[in-house]
Structure formats: structure tokens, C-alpha cells
Design a binder for this molecule. Structure first.
Ligand SMILES: [Cu+2]
Ligand SMILES: [Zn+2]
Length: 222
């Protein structure tokens, strides 16, 4: 049924009130009984319950990215917003960054979850890629990848990155939870382990770290 008066918000919210099923039909006030105009002459109460707000369906996290290069022409900052069902499944990662240098030749920037929730020393304190399953570095779509391997983000002509990543390995719950880990944006493109450089299989040859942040659980979106 649909009702236009019953509300879950505002001063007339029914949250915290109860629902009751009665023995008899509600005569809608027209039965002619003394109680018709008060209760619909519905008789005794067969069952009841309290209306409660459903527990949050999603878990949210935020990462406030700050530049840590010491170079003002690559002053990358912004926010990464993560969202996942409390039951697991894919994690939505909304990237909103600016401050990339649009005049250099690096349009793609490696983007990873790193294993330690620590910043400083040009983001080196964040440690290596988050790799709880002991795998090799790879692309987000490879079976053999670090959990933290999110591939590359691409800056636009204004030096901004606005994109949404859906990833099935990064999680906000369970063993692959990235809460209290860090996120790092690199100066160069992630070669997904295929570049043939000595560090391709470990870091994707992604170069220095431009900016980083710690992933913190947040109460809600927005
Ligand atoms: Cu990285
Ligand atoms: Zn990796």
C-alpha cells in the first residue's frame, strides 16, 4: 500500500512508534458503535511491533589528499570518497582531485592503496602497496594483483581528475579492508607490471609520490 500521510521524517515521523494489528476490521468510523469514531471498533490487539530505523545500508570512507612533494607546480589535493554495502561486494571510489600540472607529459598517474596509514617523508611513510594476499603488482583487472592496485587516474586539460572507479578487491569490511590504510597518487603512469623495469613487478614503475592521504571511515555520504 502507498500512503501520503505516514512519514519517516519530520515532526510526524513514525520512527519509534508502534504498529498494531487488530482482531476485527476497521469500520473506518462508519460502524455506528461508540468506539467506531475512535478506533474503528477494531477490537483486541493481536500483535504489535516498534518501528525502527533500518541500520545503515552502506559503509562510507573518505581520504583527504594533500600534496607532499615540496614542489608547488604539482600541488595535488582533493578528496577520495569510498562506498560499499555493509555486506561486501564492489567498492565505489569517487576521485575528485586537482592541482596536476597540465603542461607536462604525464597525464596518467598511478593510484594505489598503500599498506600503512602514515603520511610524511614525501608520502614514503605510507609503505608499499596494500598486499594482504601476498601477490605481485598488476592491473586492477588482473587476478594476480595487490589489493591496493587501482591502476591509473587521468588528469584533464585543467589538471583535474574527476572519475569513479568500481573495484571488487578493495573493501571497507573484512580482511581486505582499506580503512586506516593510505592512498597515494604518483608522478608517473602505472605500467601494470608489464613495463620491464626492475620495479615494474613491485610498484608499476610509477615514480615519486605526489600526494597521499589516510582512509578514514565516515558516518555518511556527502
Ligand atoms: Cu603507489
Ligand atoms: Zn601494486
Amino acid at each position: 500500500m502507498t500512503d501520503h500521510k505516514v512519514s519517516l521524517v519530520g515532526p510526524q515521523t513514525i520512527i519509534g512508534r508502534s504498529l498494531v494489528i487488530h482482531r476485527y476490521e476497521d469500520d473506518l468510523g462508519r460502524g455506528g458503535y461508540r468506539s467506531s469514531r475512535i478506533t474503528g471498533h477494531a477490537g483486541s490487539r493481536l500483535g504489535c511491533c516498534i518501528i525502527e530505523r533500518q541500520k545503515t545500508e552502506f559503509i562510507y570512507a573518505r581520504c583527504y589528499m594533500y600534496s607532499d612533494t615540496g614542489e608547488p607546480d604539482q600541488d595535488v589535493e582533493g578528496v577520495i570518497s569510498l562506498k560499499q554495502s555493509v555486506h561486501g561486494g564492489p567498492t565505489e571510489i569517487v576521485v575528485d582531485l586537482d592541482g596536476f600540472d597540465p603542461d607536462d607529459d604525464d597525464f596518467y598517474h598511478a593510484f594505489h592503496v598503500h599498506e600503512r596509514g602514515r603520511l610524511g617523508r614525501r608520502c614514503l611513510n605510507a609503505g608499499g602497496h596494500f598486499n594482504p594476499e601476498g601477490r605481485r603488482h598488476g592491473a586492477p583487472w588482473h587476478a594476480d594483483r595487490h589489493v591496493g592496485d587501482l591502476g591509473n587516474i587521468r588528469e584533464n586539460e585543467k589538471g583535474e581528475v574527476k572519475m569513479t572507479i568500481i573495484d571488487r578487491r578493495v573493501s571497507l569490511v573484512g580482511a581486505n579492508s582499506v580503512i586506516e590504510k593510505s592512498m597515494v597518487v604518483h608522478a608517473r603512469e602505472d605500467d601494470m607490471g608489464l613495463g620491464g623495469f626492475p620495479d615494474s613487478k613491485s610498484t608499476g614503475h610509477a615514480g615519486p609520490r605526489l600526494a597521499c592521504c589516510i582512509i578514514e571511515e565516515s558516518s555518511e555520504a556527502g
